[in-house]
Ligand binder design. Structure first.
Ligand code: 6R9
Length: 635
C-alpha cells in the first residue's frame, strides 16, 4: 500500500488513523519517499501552539524548484508543465514543457540576481495570469528570494501597503493586462503605488499589451531583453526547511492586511501530497484551476502542488464571461481538461446563463470537479453536478485557507462519498475540533460551533510578517492550544463537516476575503462621513455582498446621496480595489452601539439580511432608537 496515493475509502481510514496516531512517522515517510532533499532533517516536528512556534523537517536542506522542475527533466522533460490559455480565444495557447520551464525559470532567476536580489530579499510580483507570473514565482524560489504576489486587481494604495509592509526591493509587473474586452494599465498602478514606497530599487516590466508606458530611468527595466541575455542555467540556492518561501497577504479584522509567511519544506510536502490525492491526478491528466496566482489557491494548486507532481497545469488569463459565458466549457473541451477546480461564485454566475452554453461543448474529459473559496450552496452544487459533471464526476468541496497553505477538509474523489454542501472529512493528518463559546471542545457528532485544528500539519503558516504577536493573538489565543480558523462548522451524524461561514469580521465576496475594517477606514476618509459599518448580506452570484451603514457628519446635509454613494465607492476602489465596492449604502442618523461604544454589527447584519424578527434584545444598547430608524429606511 502506498500511502502517497489513496484509492479506496477503507484505505483513507487506515491512512488517516496512521497519520493521527503517529504524525511524525507518517510525514517522515511521505517526505522521504517522494521528494528530493539535499540533506535530511534531524527532527520531523517540533511545536508549541502557545508561543506559537512550529517547525517541520528541521535542518533539512532543499530547493523547492528542484522538486518542481529539475527532477522531472530526465523522465518527462518534454511533458507540458504549463498550458497557457490567453484571454482571447483568437490568440494561440502556449504549451511550456518542463525543460522549457526549467530554462525560463533559470534565466529569470539570473536576471533577479543580476539586479541585486538574493536569498531572503522580498520581491513583489504584480502580474496578470501570464506565464511570467508562474515563472517569476519559481525564479524567486530558485534563488531563495521571498515572493510576495499581490493580486493584480488590487489598487495602488493596497499595493503600496503590501510592498512597504514587507520591505520589497523589487516589483515585477507588466505594461498592462487583458481582462475580457478591457485592458488595464498595471504599470500605471505600480507607478502610483511606488510614490509611497522608498524600498523599491528596480521594477521589471513584462510586455503583454504593447502600449506606451512610462519607464522611469534607473528604476524600470524591460524584462525580455534581460531574459534573452541571461544564462540559461542557474544553480538552485540550498534552502533550510524553515526558510520562508513566500508571503501572501490576507484580510483580517483590523485595517492592516496580514502577511502570512509560508516556509519551504512543509509547504512543499503538504501541497504536493494533497494535490495528488484531492484531484486523483494521473500522469497524463490535464488539470485546471481557475483561481488567480494572486491568491493562495493559485500558489498551492496552480504552481507548487501540480509541478511538484510533474503534472500539466493550465493557466487561464481571462474571465469566465469573455467572449461569452461558454468560455470555461470551451477551454475544457479544447484542452481536454480532466480536473477542474473553481469557486462557487463562478458556478453561480455561469448557472445563471442557462445550460445551452454548457451543452454546446464536449466535457467528457472531466473526471473531478472542485470547489473552493466559500460555502457552496445546494443549488449551485446540483447545477455543477448535473450539468458540468453529468453526475459522473465527483465534486470535491475543499475547505482551507491562506493560513493553512493546503486543503484541510475535503472529500477524496472516487473515495469519499460526497454530500451536497459538505466538505465531508478531514484530509490525512488533519485533526479538526469544534468548540463551543466557552472554549470547550464539542465531542461526538451532531454538534455545531467554531472550527479549530488541534495539531500542526506541515503547511501551516509560521507567522505574520513582522508581527508575530498578531499571529499569536489571531490564531492561537482564542482557544487554548488550538489553531482557530475564524470559521463556524458543524459535524453531522456520520462525522461529515459542513463549513457554515466566517464568525469574525471577514466577509467573503465572490470568494475574496474582505475585512470590514479596511473598507470602513476607506469610507471614513470621505470628508462628509462621520462613521460607518459594513456587513455582508446574501447575494445570488457573489455569495455575499456588502451593505454599508454610513452616518454623515452633517446629517441634515442637502448633498445628493447618489453622488455621495458614487464617491464612496470610488474611494473604496482607490484604496482597496473594485472587489470591495458596496452593493448597498444606507445613510443613517447613528449606528447601534453597546454601552462601551462598540458598534453592534450583529444587529446591522440581521437588518441587512432582512431578519429583523431576530434582532434579540436591543434595549441594552446605548441608542436603541437608531435601530428603528435604520429598519424604516433600509435600502
Ligand atoms: C483557499 C481559500 C479562506 C476562507 C475560509 C472560509 C472560506 C474556503 C471553503 C470556504 C466553505 C469551502 N472557504 N473554502 N468556506 N467551504 N470549501 O479560499 O483561502 O482566500 O484565505 O479564504 O474561505 O471562510 O476561512 P482564503
Amino acid at each position: 500500500m502506498s500511502n502517497y496515493h489513496i484509492k479506496q475509502f477503507e484505505e483513507y481510514f487506515q491512512v488517516y488513523r496512521k497519520s493521527i496516531r503517529n504524525p511524525e512517522q507518517f510525514w517522515e515517510e511521505i517526505a522521504e519517499e517522494h521528494f528530493v532533499w539535499r540533506k535530511k532533517w534531524t527532527n520531523v516536528l517540533s511545536w508549541d501552539f502557545k508561543k506559537p512556534e512550529i517547525k517541520w523537517f528541521e535542518d533539512a536542506k532543499l530547493n523547492i524548484t528542484e522538486n518542481c522542475l529539475d527532477r522531472h527533466l530526465r523522465a518527462q522533460g518534454d511533458k507540458t508543465a504549463i498550458i497557457f490559455e490567453p484571454n482571447s480565444p483568437d490568440e494561440e495557447a502556449q504549451h511550456i514543457s518542463y525543460r522549457q520551464l526549467h530554462e525560463k525559470v533559470c534565466r529569470f532567476a539570473n536576471v533577479l540576481k543580476e539586479n541585486g536580489i538574493g536569498k531572503g530579499d522580498r520581491v513583489c510580483i504584480y502580474l496578470p495570469m501570464i506565464p511570467e507570473l508562474a515563472i517569476s514565482v519559481l525564479a524567486c524560489a530558485r534563488i531563495g528570494a521571498i515572493h510576495s504576489v499581490v493580486f493584480a486587481g488590487f489598487s495602488a494604495t493596497a499595493l503600496s501597503t503590501r510592498i512597504n509592509d514587507s520591505d520589497c526591493n523589487m516589483v515585477i509587473t507588466s505594461d498592462g493586462s487583458y481582462r475580457g474586452a478591457k485592458t488595464i494599465d498595471l504599470k500605471g498602478i505600480v507607478d502610483d503605488a511606488l510614490e509611497e514606497c522608498d524600498c523599491v530599487d528596480t521594477v521589471l516590466v513584462a510586455k503583454r499589451i504593447n502600449t506606451d508606458i512610462n519607464m522611469k530611468d534607473g528604476r524600470d527595466k524591460w524584462l525580455q531583453p534581460l531574459l534573452d541575455e541571461a544564462y540559461h542555467d542557474c544553480v538552485p540556492e540550498i534552502m533550510d526547511a524553515e526558510d520562508p518561501l513566500f508571503i501572501l497577504y490576507t484580510s483580517g479584522s483590523t485595517g492592516k492586511p496580514k502577511g502570512m509567511v509560508h516556509t519551504t519544506a512543509g509547504y512543499m510536502v503538504y501541497t504536493a501530497y494533497t494535490f495528488k490525492n484531492v484531484f486523483q491526478y494521473r500522469e497524463q491528466d490535464v488539470y485546471w484551476c481557475t483561481a488567480d496566482i494572486g491568491w493562495i489557491t493559485g500558489h498551492s494548486y496552480i504552481v507548487y502542488g501540480p509541478l511538484a507532481n510533474g503534472a500539466t497545469t493550465l493557466m487561464y488569463e481571462g474571465v469566465p464571461s469573455y467572449p461569452d459565458f461558454g468560455r470555461f466549457w470551451q477551454i475544457i473541451e479544447k484542452h481536454k481538461v480532466n480536473q477542474f477546480y473553481t469557486a462557487p461564485t463562478a458556478i453561480r454566475a455561469l448557472a445563471k446563463q442557462g445550460v445551452e452554453l454548457v451543452e454546446k461543448y464536449d466535457l467528457s474529459s472531466l473526471k473531478v470537479l472542485g470547489s473552493v473559496g466559500e460555502p457552496i450552496n445546494e443549488e449551485a452544487w446540483h447545477w455543477y453536478n448535473d450539468n458540468v459533471g453529468k453526475r459522473k464526476s465527483p465534486i470535491i468541496d475543499s475547505w482551507w485557507q491562506t493560513e493553512t497553505g493546503g486543503i484541510m477538509i475535503t472529500p477524496i474523489p472516487y473515495v469519499t462519498p460526497t454530500k451536497p454542501t459538505y466538505a465531508t472529512l478531514p484530509f490525512i493528518g488533519i485533526q479538526p475540533a469544534i468548540m463551543d463559546e466557552n472554549g470547550d471542545e464539542l465531542k461526538g457528532n451532531q454538534v455545531e460551533g467554531r472550527l479549530c485544528i488541534k495539531y500542526p500539519w506541515p503547511s501551516i503558516a509560521r507567522t505574520i510578517w513582522g508581527n508575530h504577536q498578531r499571529y499569536k493573538d489571531t490564531y492561537f489565543s482564542v482557544f487554548e492550544n488550538m489553531y482557530f480558523t475564524g470559521d463556524g462548522a458543524l459535524r453531522d451524524e456520520v462525522g461529515y463537516y459542513r463549513i457554515t461561514g466566517r464568525v469574525d469580521d471577514v466577509i467573503i465576496v465572490s470568494g475574496h476575503n474582505l475585512g470590514t475594517a479596511p473598507i470602513e477606514d476607506a469610507i471614513n476618509e470621505h470628508q462628509a462621513v462621520a462613521e460607518s459599518a459594513i456587513v455582508g448580506f446574501p447575494h445570488d452570484v457573489k455569495g455575499n455582498a456588502l451593505y454599508g451603514y454610513i452616518t454623515l457628519k452633517d446629517s441634515g446635509e442637502s448633498r445628493n446621496h447618489d453622488n455621495l454613494r458614487k464617491e464612496i465607492n470610488q474611494l473604496i476602489t482607490d484604496r482597496i480595489g473594485p472587489i470591495a465596492k458596496l452593493d448597498k449604502i444606507q445613510f443613517t442618523v447613528g449606528l447601534p452601539k453597546t454601552r462601551s461604544g462598540k458598534i453592534m454589527r450583529r444587529i446591522l447584519r440581521k437588518i441587512a439580511c432582512n431578519e429583523t424578527d431576530q434582532l434579540g434584545d436591543t434595549s441594552t444598547l446605548l441608542n436603541p432608537e437608531v435601530v428603528e430608524e435604520i429598519i424604516s429606511n433600509v435600502v
